[in-house]
Design a protein around this ligand. Structure first.
Ligand code: GLP
Length: 247
C-alpha cells in the first residue's frame, strides 16, 4: 500500500485529484467507483475546479456508486445518488446516463443487488474512491461482513447511524438499511484510493494498515489488494505515522 500523509486539506485534495486525473487520462473508457461522505468532499471540489479551470473532462467516464440508503424518497437530498449528482456529476461533464447506482426503490431488492453487482463486474471499475468508517467499515460493509461479500442489502450499526445523523434533521431519520457493494466487489477493482480525514479515523486507519486482516475490521482486507493508495491528513494519519507510514 502506498500511504500519503498530506499536511492540509488542499494538499490532500490535490494528491487525490492528481490520481483521478492520471487515471482518466490513462484509460480510454474510464470507470470510476464513487463514495459519498465528508472525506471525499475536498476531492470532489478539486475535481470540479479542475473541470472549470483546467478542462478536466469526465465525458468518457462511467461511474458507479458505492452504496445507497434504503428507505428514503427518490427526491431526498441525502439519497446518495442525489448527493453525488449535486456534489460531483453536475459540477463536471459526467453524462447523467453514465452515473449508475442501485435502484433502491425496486420491488425485488435482492434481484436489484445481483443486477447491480453484475453490471459492476462487466464494467470493471478501474479506480475506486473510498472513505473509511470510524468502526473500520468500507462502504456500508459493517464489522463482520464477509470478505467475499457481493452487493447486498445490509442493516446499519448504531455507530454508523450516529455518525451519519449530522446529515439528517433528527437521528431517527437515518435509514436502518442500505445497499452496499460487497467487500469482494470492492476487491475486484483495479486500484483503490482510500481517503480519511480527522483524528476520529486514526485508530481505524492504523488497524486497517497494520492490524490483522480480520472481518471484524472490514478495511483490513485492503492489505491483500494489489494496488491501494491511502491518502490521509495528519490527524487521520497520526497513529499510522507512529507505526512507520510516510508521506
Ligand atoms: C459512510 C458511507 C461510506 C463512507 C464512510 C465515511 O457511512 N457509507 O461510503 O466512506 O461512511 O464517511 P465520512 O467520510 O463522512 O466520514
Amino acid at each position: 500500500m502506498e500511504v500519503v500523509v498530506a499536511s492540509n486539506t488542499d494538499e490532500l485534495a490535490a494528491r487525490a485529484a492528481d490520481l483521478v486525473e492520471a487515471y482518466l487520462h490513462s484509460a480510454p473508457s474510464p470507470v470510476l467507483g464513487l463514495a459519498t461522505g465528508a472525506s471525499v468532499q475536498p476531492l470532489y471540489r478539486e475535481l470540479a475546479r479542475r473541470h472549470r479551470e483546467e478542462s478536466l473532462s469526465f465525458a468518457a467516464t462511467r461511474a458507479f456508486l458505492l452504496d445507497e440508503y434504503v428507505g428514503l424518497d427518490p427526491g431526498h437530498p441525502q439519497l446518495y445518488r442525489n448527493v453525488i449528482r449535486r456534489d460531483l456529476a453536475r459540477q463536471v461533464d459526467l453524462d447523467p446516463a453514465h452515473l449508475h447506482s442501485p435502484d433502491v426503490h425496486a420491488s425485488d431488492l435482492d434481484e436489484e443487488c445481483a443486477r447491480y453487482n453484475r453490471s459492476i463486474s462487466r464494467a470493471r471499475i478501474g479506480l475506486q474512491i473510498l472513505g473509511i468508517g470510524r468502526n473500520g467499515h468500507l462502504a456500508f460493509n459493517e464489522p463482520g461482513s464477509a470478505f467475499d461479500s457481493r452487493t447486498r442489502v445490509v442493516s446499519l450499526t448504531a455507530t454508523t447511524r450516529a455518525d451519519n445523523a449530522r446529515y439528517f434533521a433528527k437521528p431517527d431519520d437515518v435509514p436502518r438499511r442500505a445497499v452496499t457493494q460487497g467487500l469482494g466487489t470492492i476487491m475486484g477493482t483495479g486500484h483503490v484510493m482510500v481517503i480519511a480525514l480527522g483524528s476520529s479515523k486514526a485508530a481505524a486507519v492504523e488497524s486497517a494498515l497494520h492490524g490483522p486482516v480480520i472481518e471484524a475490521l472490514p478495511a483490513s482486507i485492503l492489505q491483500t489488494h494489489p494496488r491501494v493508495t491511502v491518502i490521509l491528513d495528519t490527524h487521520a494519519g497520526e497513529a499510522a505515522i507512529d507505526s512507520g507510514a510516510h508521506g
